[in-house]
Design a protein around this ligand. Structure first.
Ligand SMILES: [Zn+2]
Length: 470
């Protein structure tokens, strides 16, 4: 908490006092829900991912508040990154808050509302991206705007970034931005999407997980070769059979438990917020007793997300071989997506799979790129500490824990350059709302948006505001 003195920094005092009193109050400020509805109306489904559309929503607001706004078009016209920088006095390095503005497409006929209308009903905002992650874009934008609205004196620049091209794996994501425009997004640390503010069935927040690392995604190709010939005279060296035998053995193989430090803490938090026997399984699966851990694994891993958090995973995604009915093809290929826990060795995993497949004739390749995971972000930085403190203050009784994100996010562009990134979807959600992400009738509650905006605003004040000198 910032100490207030009657003689010190009146605008900061006003900011902190008003943030204590703001919940539900009419402040005359824009609401996060209102901003989100406008962002949803800008259809940024990717492909084609026209993120330049959100510029009309965001840029005028930021400019009016004194932010320096920079639109960064990419070579694919319509895909743009938008940066809004609020200047501090430069005594500390910048803080970046970022979220992608593109969304995945929809199966329109399966929605009960227009997914691009920004419908608000029954206390929820509905629409594609409500959770992933236009809701986060709106929360981060509003929290940054509030710094300017309340004239909080800043010790560091606060850089808001609306990102292009995250959902399609396209070429103009933050990796491109970091390569081409690094000085614009360089920061001491950053916030992005990632962990969860998870509600229990009774509506109270059970835990807040802040992602400090992402799993590393690696494409593995397995190729089998045989004689290409007429299908009327099959030979023993059939490429499709050889590939199938190897794949069957890999299918029957389960990777060992591989627990990162953040995953251990996440499961301890799950354990504390669960009833027996699950509380014991969550504790045992990250514990030191291998027999108990194996037994717990068999229960915990029924949940595909938890299964993915505690090990490297192996998922076949594409299979190719053959082209017509009367030709035995000379080769067959399987593409496998590996997801690797940071700190474990991808080459060792590939070597193990080769051994499991048991056929020296099968070729295993991860291409020419060298894969190394970005380092896990420290939980001792001012930003992590502030997030932890404000999460506890906003959601009393909730466990707050670092978290290994099971997929990959835009964070790699910063983490790989040594900038710590913390991930959070900044609003309480429940299990049902989570399943709607990338699904149908995606929605986020207006109350959650308000709580999330308060939490992120206070975090920004903690980390970026000039402190009153004692
Ligand atoms: Zn996302």
């Amino acid at each position: 908490m910032i100490r207030l003195r009657s003689s010190g920094l009146p605008s900061l005092a006003a900011a902190v006092l008003s943030c204590a009193a703001v919940a539900g109050a009419q402040t005359g400020e824009d609401s996060t829900a209102g901003l989100l509805r406008e962002l949803i109306r800008a259809n940024t489904s990717n492909p084609p991912g026209r993120t330049l559309l959100v510029d009309d929503v965001l840029a005028p607001r930021f400019r009016a508040l004194g932010f320096e706004v920079k639109i960064i078009p990419t070579p694919d016209s319509g895909k743009a990154h938008i940066i809004a920088r609020l200047r501090g006095d430069g005594s500390k390095r910048p803080l970046l808050i970022a979220a992608h503005a593109d969304v995945v497409g929809v199966e329109r006929e399966k929605w009960t509302v227009d997914p691009f209308e920004g419908v608000e009903k029954d206390g929820y905002v509905y629409g594609r991206g409500a959770i992933d992650v236009k809701g986060g874009l709106a929360v981060f934008a509003r929290a940054a705007m509030m710094l300017a609205e309340r004239k909080v004196p800043l010790a560091r620049d606060v850089i808001f970034l609306s990102e292009a091209d995250e959902e399609s794996g396209g070429p103009y994501s933050t990796e491109w931005l970091a390569k081409e425009h690094w000085p614009d997004i360089d920061a001491e640390f950053a916030l992005n999407e990632g962990g969860w503010i998870m509600k229990a069935d009774d509506g109270h927040v059970r835990y807040v997980s802040i992602s400090t690392a992402d799993k590393l995604s690696i494409p593995l190709t397995i190729t089998a070769r045989g004689t290409s010939t007429h299908s009327s005279m099959p030979r023993p060296d059939n490429a499709i059979f050889a590939l199938s035998r190897g794949m069957a053995k890999i299918a029957a193989y389960e990777t060992p438990l591989t627990i990162s430090p953040s995953t251990r803490r996440f499961f301890m938090a799950l354990s504390k917020t669960s009833a027996a026997p699950m509380s014991e399984y969550y504790r045992d699966v990250v514990g030191n007793d291998p027999v108990k851990a194996r037994r717990a694994d068999s229960v915990v891993s029924r949940d595909p997300l938890l299964h993915a958090l505690i090990r490297n995973t192996v998922a076949p995604v594409i299979i190719n071989g053959g082209f017509r009915n009367n030709v035995i093809p000379g080769s067959a290929q399987a593409m496998i997506n590996l997801r690797v826990v940071p700190g474990s060795d991808p080459a060792a995993l590939v070597a193990t799979l080769k051994q499991v497949a048991g056929d020296p004739g099968l070729e295993f390749s991860t291409g020419s790129r060298v894969y190394s995971g970005a380092p896990e972000s420290s939980d001792t930085t001012a930003l992590y500490r502030a997030l932890e403190k404000e999460a506890r203050a906003t959601f009393p009784g909730a466990e707050v824990t670092p978290y290994l994100f099971q997929a990959s996010t835009d964070a790699a562009a910063w983490r790989s350059r040594g900038v710590p990134v913390y991930g959070i979807y900044p609003y309480p959600i429940d299990a049902d709302e989570l399943t709607r992400m990338h699904g149908n009738d995606e929605k986020v509650s207006v109350a959650s948006l308000k709580q999330g905006t308060e939490m992120i605003y206070r975090t920004l004040v903690d980390v970026a505001a000039k402190k009153a000198t004692p």
